[in-house]
Design a binder for this molecule. Sequence first.
Ligand code: NAD
Length: 351
Amino acid sequence: MRVIVTGGAGFIGSALVRHLVLEKGYDVLTIDKLTYAGNLASLTTVEGKTNHRFLKADICDRQAMNGAFSSFRPDRVMHLAAESHVDRSITGAEDFIQTNVMGTFTLLEAARAHYGTLDEASRQRFRFLHVSTDEVYGSLGDEGLFTEQTPYDPSSPYSASKAASDHLAKAWARTYGLPVVVSNCSNNYGPYHFPEKLIPLTILNALEGKSLPVYGKGENVRDWLYVEDHARALDLIIERGRIGETYNVGGRNERKNIDVVRRICALLDHRRPEAAPREGLIRFVTDRPGHDARYAIDATKLETELGWKARETFETGIERTVDWYLDNQWWWSPLRQSYAGERLGMLPTAT
Ligand code: NAD
């Protein structure tokens, strides 16, 4: 099996590449522009493997994408390359429109051209998985879950750009017959997560005795999924998912942000008691504009149709994550030096 993974030097992409290369033994071509969020250090465990290659390229570069398809001749494309940080999309949306919308368009066109050259047997095998987010559905109240039928209602420039790319992917299936499958996943966490996101930022700031910024009152609810469970879900969806369908992916692990931060403090207090208690480092900051109140996924379709089940609960996953950051300073220390560790878009402490 020959698989192109875009965004494979990022957080979820690198987990997927490790899964496909090391566990499945597939031939993988990772394509990544290596933006601030892309990091070859996240691919150390596949370095030198004969079934992995890396191409530094921008998915908006039509020539580079056509070249990658015609030389590698993939059976599958798993498209994860994106600008992914909501706060950055609020302070500057242009890169999000460029990569998430135009880049997805360029990749779909390259895939379509490649698909046109395939014989019937290869066409039967070919799949394009567009990887997206539950943020396209907007915000939930206290009740209910996002299903595959929930209407799109994105709030941020990030989620709007992802919504646009989802529509493009589905249109390429309906209009051109490209065998596309779409997945929409809840918030991921785990190893190799860039330290601008809530969980790694909290772990590292708490370790270093810095303040722990929490938006608003920390009441926003997210449905957390351990990244390796997401990687297995993506592999299953491209393997067995039905063409033209959407699959929601989520761990049924709803947590308020403030409870996530408190749990991390408690775990670190236990692992490194010399600086305990760390809860006193929590600082509530002015809420993000357009901040969605609650996301929660109904993953019934994925569970019943494809037999997927998350292996990690939030409790086991967060312990593994905290331990990974404690054991892998080599990975995050250079990032902390080049990145101040403040959450972008956060206004000065409000309360
Ligand atoms: P990430 O920011 O960690 O990684 C994105 C990767 O894409 C980086 O390696 C970056 O260098 C690369 N990239 C960016 N622009 C590119 C371009 N123009 N050309 C080629 N490569 C480019 O993101 P992530 O958290 O790993 O998310 C991966 C995908 O999963 C995204 O599409 C995101 O929307 C989706 N998603 C993320 C989450 C989450 O919680 N992180 C949840 C659901 C869905």
